[in-house]
Design a binder for this molecule. Sequence first.
Ligand SMILES: Nc1ncnc2c1ncn2[C@@H]1O[C@H](COP(=O)(O)OP(=O)(O)OP(=O)(O)O)[C@@H](O)[C@H]1O
Ligand SMILES: [Mg+2]
Length: 419
Amino acid sequence: MSRAHKTLARDGIVAALDVGSTKICCFIGEMDELGIIRVAGIGHQASKGVKAGAIIDMEAAEQAVLSAVHAAEQMADVTVRSVFVNLNGGHPASNSHYFEHPLRGGAIDDGDIRRLLHECGTEADDSVRSLIHAIPVGYKVDGENGIRDPRGLHGSSFGVRMHKVTAATSAIHNLVTCVSRCLLDVADVVANPYAAGLGCLVEDEIDLGVTVIDMGGGTTSIAVFYDGALIYVDSVQIGGNHVSNDIARGLSTPLPQAERMKTLFGNCLSSHADDRETITVPQVGAEEDARAVQIPKSFLVGIVAPRIEETLELVRARLEASGLDKLAGRRVVLTGGASQLPGVAELARQILNKQVRLGRPRGLTGLAEATSGPAFSACAGLLSFAVDDRGDARGLAIPKNDTTGGFFSRIGGWLRENF
Ligand SMILES: Nc1ncnc2c1ncn2[C@@H]1O[C@H](COP(=O)(O)OP(=O)(O)OP(=O)(O)O)[C@@H](O)[C@H]1O
Ligand SMILES: [Mg+2]
C-alpha cells in the first residue's frame, strides 16, 4: 500500500482539483476497502485567471476554484480539507539517472529500498525548478536489470533507475498559493500528463508502452509509460483554444461563434463534400440582422487542420528528441477536450505513425455523463494517484524530524521560506 493510500484510507475521502486553461473541475471520491473509487461529488466551471496552464490572475482563479470545490462538496455532502492538484503549466521536464549502492549482505528488504531511494530522491531543488516526481523505473541487482520488486533478492550491488520530473518553482508556488487561499491543503501536486495517463489508460498499456497526449485548451501535454512506470513527460504550449482563435481571426467572427463553429463543423480532415456544404459566419461588429457571410466548409477545415498538424508535429519532434519514442512502442492514446475534434485520431495516426485510440476516464464509478468525457481524464487520474501513488519516492526526501505532512513538507524548504 502506498504512502498516499495509507494517509487517506482513514476517512476514505479523496479530492482532486484540475485547474485547467479552459475549465476548473473538482471530483470528490469515496474509496472502498478494495481501493475502488466512487465519484460522490463533481463541480466544474469555466476557468478564469489561467492561461496556458499557468495562473495569471490569482483573484479570478481563486474564485473559480472556490466555486468548483463548493459545488462538488455540496453534491457529495462533505467538506474537503485537502486536494490533489495537477500542474498544467510550469514546463514539466524529465530526466533519468541511475543510482547504485553496495549491499550490506542478506536479502534486500524495505529498509534497503528506502535507503537507496532516499539517497537519490533528496537531491536539492534549485530555486528555479522543483522536483515533483521521483519515480523508480526499475531496480538492478548484481547487474540483473528491470526488476520491479527487489525484496527478498540477494546480491552485492543494488541500483535503481530514477525518473525525476521537475517543473518551474514559480508555477508550483502560484498553484499552491491559489489553493491555499481557498483554505485547502495541497495533498500533492501531479504533473498533468501523468494524471491524464493514470485517468484513461489500462494497466496493460502502462506495462507494454504507451504515449498519452492530453490535448487541452491552452496546452498539449505528453506522457510516456513503459514497464509499469512513467518514463517521460513534456508539453507544448498549443491547445484547442489556439484553433478557436485561428477561426475567429481567419473568418473575422467573434470568439464564442468561432468556438461553436469548431465544435459543430470543425474537422481536421478534408472530404469531397466540404466544397458543397456552406456555413453561415456572423461577422465581428455586425448588427444582429446584418448580413452574415457564407463560406464553404473547406475553409474551416483549412484553418483547423494546419493548427492540429503543427501541434502533432511538435509532439512528434519532442518524442523523437527524448530518445524514448521506440521504447514507448506503437500505441498512442489521445485525450483532453480538444481530442474530440473529428479526424484528430486519424491525423495523429498519419503524423506519429502509430496506432491511436481515444481515451476517457476509466476505473471510476459514479461519473455523470457530462463529466465522463476526455476533458476529465486528468481529474480522474488525480483520484487514482490519490489512492495509489505508484511508489513515488519524492516523499522520501522529507526530513525525518518533519511531522507536518502534506505537500509543503514534501516539496522542500523553499516553499515554507517563501510563503
Ligand atoms: N466537441 C469538441 N470538439 C472539438 N474541441 C472541443 C470539443 N469540446 C471541447 N473542445 C475543446 O477542448 C479544449 C478544452 O479542453 P480541456 O477541457 O481538456 O482543457 P483544459 O484542461 O481546461 O486546458 P489545459 O489542460 O490546456 O490547461 C477547448 O479548446 C475546447 O474548444
Ligand atoms: Mg487539462
